[in-house]
Design a protein around this ligand. Sequence first.
Ligand SMILES: Cc1cc2nc3c(=O)[nH]c(=O)nc-3n(C[C@H](O)[C@H](O)[C@H](O)COP(=O)(O)O)c2cc1C
Length: 196
Amino acid sequence: MAPKILVIPGSLRTGSHNVRLAALVTKELALAEADVTRISLADYALPLYDGDLETKSGAPANAVQLKKMLAVHHGVFIVTPEYNASVPPLLKNAIDWISRVRERGEAPLAVFKRRPFALGAASPGGFGGMRSLLALRQVLEIGCGALVIPEQVTVARAEAAFDDMDNLKDEHVTATLKTAVRALIEAAGQHQEIAR
Ligand SMILES: Cc1cc2nc3c(=O)[nH]c(=O)nc-3n(C[C@H](O)[C@H](O)[C@H](O)COP(=O)(O)O)c2cc1C
């Protein structure tokens, strides 16, 4: 069975460079014969994490749903903007809420543990969102215990980076994207074997 991969863009903006990159990642994953699903965090609206709200009402239903989405996929590709050299609040808040959802008897962060993630970013700036990915890598690996593959995609000068067919103009970035896609599928396949 093809590994199931979840693609999560970290932007809701109309015309988002990262949603565009996430669409390309989704296409490449499908071409590489992964069973791929792309979601929008707009469909999983969440309040800002608040410990009092959690104590009163538990984790919101959308956080529980997002955790279920992670659980039924063998790998995750996150494509995110960079905000002030770090992870945008939309994405960090979603991860924080997911990290608080626990079934009875389940170990903390079980849904993240050893689950493979790949990271990509697009930015109008020259770093291509690199610093956001460094921060996100810390959150996922050190904070949540996930396995973040070393290959990552950064698209600088994003407003001019795509052609009319929504492919990337730069061959090297395209090659990196394909390498990251292959590495994620391989890691997800191994995760699928272990989970069996
Ligand atoms: C609050 C804020 C902080 C930002 N900080 C950075 C930054 O540190 N580095 C960067 O490359 N771009 C930064 N940007 C610009 C974003 O990369 C740009 O808005 C990008 O288009 C957002 O991604 P999207 O097109 O997928 O929505 C920032 C934008 C906002 C709104």
